[in-house]
Design a protein around this ligand. Structure first.
Ligand code: ADP
Length: 403
């Protein structure tokens, strides 16, 4: 049974065909820079990579190109009818969606109503849903949200101390993102350690271009670093993360920047890129830091320091931790950043096994010493697995893999 997973952004369509019987990805790819110069299609089929520049005027053309590509892959798809369902990754479900849902007219209407709090993401996703339904009209389409996993946060964690009416009227609150990743990681961690989710007090560090650190107690998210938007929290590739909101007033009143300019500054020019002055890419920053670049070294120190602060805070709110997980590009790939984050956290019971940690290959394993009170793990990101599982469950389908 084959499931198509779609992640539609404002200028890209990421896609993946997943074999739900063999539990493996058959092909994954992206149609990128839609409506821009240099649009291209890139894909990977059973490990074989392909990239081609092409003209893609709009999302409709992008979806047609995606479908044509999939049908050209004989070993993946012989006929469009082989696709049993489509799983759509949706960034923002607000507080309206607390679990994955079948996409009906009602779902689409509710998603449209959420557009004011997700102006960058949801309009593109609505276009994606419409186009995917045009191409595949007779099968179930399921929405899987990045926010729903964090809907278990208590109000003391998700409210901002603004006048309460702004929450009531405008729904301004912390939502949190990377929920699909956190859900996958927490389940996988329990499985690897042979424990039940109920007994785990876990901090998940999803360290990619976007960064989330989340507190997960008994399998439920009780706090998370991203907020009303993905800008809150940790230092990211190009996002500042937490800053004093007073800085924004100063930038406007005394530096003369417009609100749009400040938005760009905080989202696209800050973070690792802003501090290092050279790159948003941690691999590159680590390389330069090793050869003596002081600002790259500082960017890494700031990155690790802030994560350490969040781990401490989340350990406090959970009454200690017994599981710490590193995931995504930096979390999986950088032994030195994992070591920097854990350094000094022995008082919490965190004891890294140096030899296990030193391995930068990205595979799931435990990297703490056998007597460490906190089990520290590396778990590669696999959001698709959750999207496929939810799509099967919501669509009422049964595969050999997920029954
Ligand atoms: P995204 O959030 O876009 O999915 P990824 O999870 O792919 O991002 O993470 C991208 C980040 O991970 C980049 O900063 C990249 O440099 C970093 N990264 C990937 N591999 C390594 C590695 N071996 N060492 C350090 N950083 C790495």
């Amino acid at each position: 049974m084959k499931i198509l997973v779609v992640n539609c952004g404002s200028s890209s369509i990421k896609f993946q065909v997943y074999d739900a019987d063999g539990a493996q990805t058959l092909v994954k790819g992206i149609v990128a820079k839609i409506g821009e110069d240099g649009a291209y299609l890139a894909k990977e089929t059973y490990g074989a990579k392909f990239k081609q520049e092409t003209v893609v005027l709009n999302h409709r053309a992008g979806f047609d190109l995606m479908m044509k590509t999939l049908l050209n892959e004989e070993e993946v798809l012989r006929n469009i009818s082989e696709i049993s369902a489509v799983g759509h990754r949706v960034v923002h479900g607000g507080d309206v969606f607390t679990k994955s849902v079948l996409i009906t007219e009602e779902t689409i209407r509710k998603l449209e109503e959420l557009t004011p709090i997700a102006p960058l993401h949801n309009p593109a996703i609505l276009v994606g849903i419409k186009e995917a339904k045009r191409i595949l009209p007779n099968i179930p389409h399921v929405a899987v949200f990045d926010t729903t996993f964090h809907q278990t946060m208590p109000s003391k964690a998700y409210l901002y101390a603004l006048p309460y009416t702004y929450y009531e009227t405008h729904k301004i609150r912390k939502y949190g993102f990377h929920g699909t990743s956190c859900r996958y990681i927490s389940q996988k961690a329990a499985e690897i350690m042979g424990k039940s989710l109920e007994e785990l007090k876990m901090v998940v560090c999803h360290l990619g271009n976007g960064v989330t650190v989340a507190a997960i107690k008994g399998g439920n998210s009780i706090d998370t670093s991203m907020g009303f938007t993905p800008l809150e929290g940790l230092i990211m590739g190009t996002r500042s993360g937490d800053i004093d909101p007073g800085v924004i007033f100063f930038l406007q009143q005394h530096v003369g920047l417009t609100i749009d300019r400040i938005n760009d500054l905080l989202n696209r020019e800050s973070g690792l890129l802003g501090i290092s002055g050279v790159s948003n890419d941690m691999k590159e920053i680590e390389k330069r830091a090793t050869s003596g670049d002081k600002r790259c070294k500082l960017a890494i120190e700031m990155f690790a320091y802030r994560i350490k602060k969040y781990i401490g805070a989340y350990a406090a709110v959970m009454g200690g931790i017994n599981t710490l997980v590193f995931s995504a590009g930096i979390g999986e790939g950088s032994p030195s950043i994992r070591a920097m984050i854990c350094d000094g956290l022995e008082f919490l019971g965190i004891q890294l096994e140096e030899r296990e940690n030193r391995d930068s290959r990205r595979y799931e394993r435990i990297i703490s010493t056998p007597d460490s009170k906190v089990q520290v793990l590396v778990i590669p990101v696999n959001e698709e697995e959750i999207i496929v599982m939810d799509t099967l469950a919501v669509a009422g389908l049964r595969s050999k893999w997920a029954t």
